[in-house]
Structure formats: structure tokens, C-alpha cells
Design a binder for this molecule. Structure first.
Ligand code: PMT
Length: 406
């Protein structure tokens, strides 16, 4: 079973008597370490107050599409990007119909339209509404649109009927949400990932480095672990907490990272280099702090070893995946690096755009492999990491892959 660690769940609450259960659902999701934000439809506020859900989620509840103050704080597009999962619980028959037909006439339906993240709905309605042909047709179409349908459960209903249509129990909804992130695609596989910058010391207090935050590499490590891989993360100095369930080795310099990578790669099926490794290091490191003397100062640099190229030439090499940080001619330079470093796949990102690439929440990448390329749209690094892991898993020889869990 997967966990919701580091996952951002946007809980959509629509109008129905089961809306009171969304309070418990927030607690369950938080119990699995998810960060929860709530969006309510106007009808939902008739059943439970926004204040209750705000107090429980610890975040302001979003209600209106055309509210300038709310849009300025966190607009519908930002909310759509923020979410790793949109879970609509309870989902009324009316909301299901509107989602199915792509309507954007309130905040929640607009966010669903604008999101690339998985959407799950937990239907809750009277058994006759559930059984109605129109509702069933809408659900059929939603399934075809890859929307997950969680439940419903059967039993006593608020209206006195007994039958199918009760909202699934919050604990079960949490397990179903968590299972969406646990694909089992890499069960039994070992994945080694490098992340963050390296620091190349000049003296005891100064170094050469770059702006890599480690977010891309850490998200990949999390996604690999959620896909069932035994994951080793080799991280340069970053401000992120070591991820759960992942062996994290911290290093400073490119030379340290190379040593750690060569040790960790034994028995690995996949090696992914997301780290921004310094290409050069000072030829010598001063033992004491360098004193200010002349007006000009020159630093002699020597080339660092290329970590991923070293891994790619090992006799028992894993599937080897690099990143290419480029500021122009993305595909051209990425293809060049793919061949020069003898990689199976290179993930190119345009680091001249500050909204993606270094130290940003989002990224937009071009996947380049021998003979083909494919671009992915801008998305949150966590969501992107899941898509990249899916793509990378498909490159493994099929005989070595596990059958994914349903
Ligand atoms: O950490 P974030 O803030 O989330 O930012 C993510 C990122 C922009 C750092 C990431 O997406 C990225 O592009 N990482 C690679 C950065 C880089 O150094 O690219 P490059 O084009 O210079 O190197 C190509 C590949 O060779 C990379 O896989 C790199 O890890 C590897 N390399 C480079 C030099 C070296 N000495 N050894 C290496 O292994």
C-alpha cells in the first residue's frame, strides 16, 4: 500500500448529506502525511461550514470562482497545478454530470478542467439517483476519461432507503487514494538517483556551486520508491528533508558523488542523474581562508569526472538516464549529450526559464532517446516525476518488469 507522504490532495466537497464525512476524510488524509486543501461548491456549504474544514485542513477553504481576493491568494490555475490528486468526496450526481460534460461553471469544476493530475470521485447519492441510466452513463464516460471512481458503498441511506449510493468510508477512500501512487511498476528493482548541486571547495569557507534545489531529484526518488523500487538517493547539499523509505547518502563535491554513485550502483537496474554536478573544481583547496590581497584573483580549475558517463561505461551497466540543463537548442544539445555520454534516455529542460528548471516547483521537459523524442507540458515536479518513472520503467527489458497492481 502506498502512502500519501509529500502528496498534495485537493479535496473537493459537493452538496450532499455525506459532506459531514469530509471532516473525517481530511484527518485520514493528513494521517497519511498528505497536505490537504479544500474547495467547496456553494451547495456543500449548506451541509458543512467552510470554517470547520478550514480549521481541520489548516488552509483557507476556496469557494468562489469569481472572487478577486481568493484568486489573488491562490487562483484556480494555481490550485489545479498545486494538486497531486483531486479527490471529490462526496461527489453528487449533479457534479458527476458536470465533470463528465467538461463544464466549468464553478471553482471545483474549473480546477478539474485545468488540472493534469489524477482525479477521483467518491459518489454519494440516493440509490435511485445512483441507478439512474443518466448517472451510470456519465460514470461510464468518466472512467473512459481516466477519472477514478471510488465506491460507492451500500447500506442505510439518510433518506431511509437501503442500497448502493452511500459515500465510501473515509478510511477506505484514503487507502484508494494512496494506492493510486503505489503502482508497483518497479517492484524488486533497485534505482539510484543523484540530486541537488555539488559544492567545490576553494578554501574552508568558500565554494563554487549552482542553484539546484534538489526538488527534481527528490521527487524522482519519491516516485521510484512509490513504484516499489529499492531506492538510493545520493544528494548534494540541499534544504530538503531526507525522504521517507529511501536510503539517502549526502555528499558535498563531485568527487564525493562519484564515489557514492560507484558504491551504490552495484546491482542497480536504473541510474538517474538529476544532480547539477559542477563540471570543474578548483585545482587546489587552500587550507586556510584565502586572504584578500591583490585587486584581481585567478582560480585554476580542473575538470571533474563525468559521473553518469562513468556509470554508462560500466560492464554491468544499469539503464542510464541523464538530464540535460540547456539554455538554447534544447533538442540538439540534449541529443549530443545522449550520444556522448552513451545514455538510454536524456531528459532535457530549459533552465533559462526561471519558472521551470532550477529551484522551481514546476518543470517542462523533452524526453530524448535514440531515434525518438517526446515533450511533456509544464507540471509540478512531483507529478512529472511520476510520469518520468512510468516512462523509464517501460524502457526496462519487459522480462524484468513486474505486473503493475490494478
Ligand atoms: O534541483 P532542482 O532545483 O529541482 O533543478 C532540477 C535541475 C534543473 C537541476 C535538473 O532538472 C537538471 O537538469 N539536472 C541536470 C543538471 C546538469 O548538470 O545538466 P548538464 O547538462 O550539465 O549535465 C548532463 C548530465 O550529466 C546530467 O544528468 C548530470 O547529472 C550529469 N553530469 C554532469 C557533469 C558531471 N561531472 N557528471 C555528471 O554526471
Amino acid at each position: 500500500m502506498g502512502s500519501l507522504s509529500n502528496k498534495r490532495v485537493l479535496l473537493g466537497v459537493t452538496g450532499g448529506i455525506a459532506a459531514y464525512k469530509s471532516a473525517e476524510l481530511i484527518r485520514c488524509l493528513q494521517g497519511q502525511n498528505a497536505e490537504v486543501r479544500v474547495v467547496m461548491t456553494p451547495a456543500a456549504t449548506e451541509f458543512i461550514t467552510p470554517l470547520t474544514l478550514q480549521a481541520l485542513s489548516g488552509n483557507p477553504v476556496s469557494l468562489e470562482l469569481l472572487d478577486t481576493a481568493a484568486e489573488a491568494a491562490m487562483g484556480h490555475i494555481e490550485l489545479a497545478r498545486w494538486a497531486d490528486l483531486i479527490l471529490v468526496a462526496p461527489a453528487s450526481a449533479d457534479f458527476i454530470a458536470r465533470l463528465c460534460h467538461g463544464e466549468g461553471n464553478d471553482l471545483l469544476s474549473t480546477i478539474c478542467l485545468a488540472s493534469h493530475s489524477p482525479i477521483a470521485v467518491a459518489p454519494a447519492m440516493n440509490k435511485h439517483m445512483w441507478g439512474n441510466t443518466a448517472t451510470q452513463k456519465n460514470l461510464h464516460q468518466l472512467r473512459e476519461q481516466a477519472v477514478h471512481i471510488f465506491g460507492p458503498a451500500a447500506g442505510y441511506q439518510a433518506c431511509g432507503d437501503i442500497g448502493e449510493g452511500r459515500m465510501e468510508d473515509p478510511a477506505n477512500l484514503c487507502s484508494m487514494a494512496s494506492a493510486l501512487f503505489a503502482t508497483g511498476l518497479l517492484s524488486g528493482k533497485k534505482v539510484v538517483i543523484t540530486a541537488g548541486p555539488t559544492r567545490e571547495a576553494l578554501d574552508p569557507v568558500r565554494y563554487i556551486s549552482n542553484h539546484s534545489s534538489g526538488k527534481m531529484g527528490y521527487a524522482l526518488a519519491q516516485a521510484a520508491a512509490e513504484a516499489g523500487a529499492n531506492t538510493v538517493l545520493i544528494s548534494g547539499p540541499v534544504q530538503l528533508d531526507p525522504p521517507e523509505r529511501i536510503k539517502t547518502i549526502t555528499v558535498e563535491s563531485a568527487m564525493d558523488m562519484l564515489t557514492a554513485a560507484l558504491n551504490a550502483v552495484e546491482g542497480a537496474d536504473i541510474f538517474i542523474a538529476a544532480a547539477a554536478v559542477a563540471d570543474y573544481r578548483p585545482a587546489s583547496v587552500a587550507e586556510q581562508k584565502i586572504k584578500k590581497s591583490d585587486d584581481e584573483m585567478y582560480i585554476e580549475l580542473v575538470k571533474n569526472p563525468d559521473i553518469i558517463a562513468t556509470i554508462a561505461t560500466l560492464p554491468l551497466r544499469p539503464l542510464t538516464v541523464g538530464f540535460a540543463a540547456e539554455t538554447e537548442n534544447l533538442e540538439f544539445y540534449a541529443t549530443k549529450k545522449l550520444h556522448q555520454k552513451k545514455l538510454d534516455l536524456i531528459i532535457a529542460n530549459d533552465v533559462s526559464d526561471s519558472s521551470i528548471g532550477f529551484n522551481s516547483e514546476d518543470n517542462r521537459v523533452l524526453l530524448v532517446q535514440p531515434g525518438s523524442s517526446k515533450s511533456l507540458p509544464t507540471m509540478n515536479k512531483v507529478l512529472l516525476a511520476n510520469k518520468l518513472i512510468e516512462h523509464i520503467a517501460a524502457l526496462l527489458p519487459s522480462s524484468t518488469l513486474q505486473t503493475p497492481q490494478p
